[in-house]
Design a protein around this ligand. Structure first.
Ligand SMILES: [Zn+2]
Length: 258
């Protein structure tokens, strides 16, 4: 099994959105990562980054949220084109696991014709009727598509084993949104790696700093405590979701973890 990490461009943003009350007004440019896991039984994407529309028509596609998160992405960095660069066709993707349906994660929904889209039921519901303060972060055009959803049911499905061999398990990590999920990838040489996505933006969040955007603070803290336990007790490497410093040491495609 191999895991490739990609950058679907960056978001030009500010520090306080990632660490609550800290770095107000301070420029903070973050990577928008996604991953391709090449498992013997099928190829899997974890997240899909920004939509292609953000390359040329972002004002029309994203609207007012550009004031807080401004995407800078090239056509080559869009998930569908990025995987082609390592020789993977979109038709080969069997599952697209979506950490959540925010605009910088769900931009590739509907572009993988043979994939099932793994999402939490609570996330899919919330995305259609989000709390007002989070409404701008969901772009309905990105996810309101007739795709084969593969619905997971929160704690009841926690640790869902995608191929039944313990290689890729899906963990319910709510807090950032009601239906956030993360993935644990058990790699032979690189060891177990936890793709936290937005349940843990940065290493500061992993150390206990609250993120600047949360649906529920208590759930956010509990999710981070769980991954810290995985790190300390199970030797898991936590890969943060939007940390510009940590991202510098991540191997990016065509390099891979195996
Ligand atoms: Zn998010």
């Amino acid at each position: 099994m191999k895991m490739y990490m990609f950058e679907a461009g960056i978001l030009k943003s500010q520090k306080q959105y990632f660490t609550l009350g800290q770095g107000v007004g301070q420029a903070f440019d973050v990577p928008v990562p996604f991953a391709l896991i090449d498992h013997p039984k099928g190829k899997v994407l974890f997240d899909t980054g920004n939509a292609l529309e953000t390359v040329h028509t972002k004002e029309e596609h994203w609207g007012a949220i550009l004031g807080a998160y401004d995407p800078v992405m090239s056509e080559e960095q869009w998930c569908v084109n990025a995987i082609k660069k390592i020789g993977v066709a979109p038709e080969e993707i069997k599952y697209v696991i979506l950490s959540h349906l925010h605009l910088d994660h769900a931009g590739g929904v509907g572009h993988f014709p043979n994939a099932r889209y793994v999402v939490q039921r609570d996330e899919l519901h919330f995305a259609y009727v989000p709390d007002p303060y989070m409404k701008l972060a969901y772009i309905r055009k990105d996810f309101d598509k007739d795709v084969p959803w593969f619905i997971l049911e929160g704690r009841q499905d926690d640790g869902f084993d995608l191929f039944g061999d313990g290689a890729i398990t899906i963990h319910f990590t709510p807090g950032h949104t009601p239906g956030h999920q993360s993935v644990l990838v058990n790699l032979e040489n690189s060891g177990p790696r936890f793709l936290a996505a937005d349940s843990c933006y940065t290493t500061d969040n992993l150390a206990g700093a609250l993120p600047g955007l949360m649906w529920n603070a208590g759930e956010t803290v509990r999710s981070v405590e769980r991954m810290r336990h995985m790190q300390d007790a199970h030797g898991v490497t936590v890969m943060t979701g939007h940390d510009p410093e940590a991202w510098k040491s991540v191997k990016q495609a065509p390099a891979f973890y195996d």
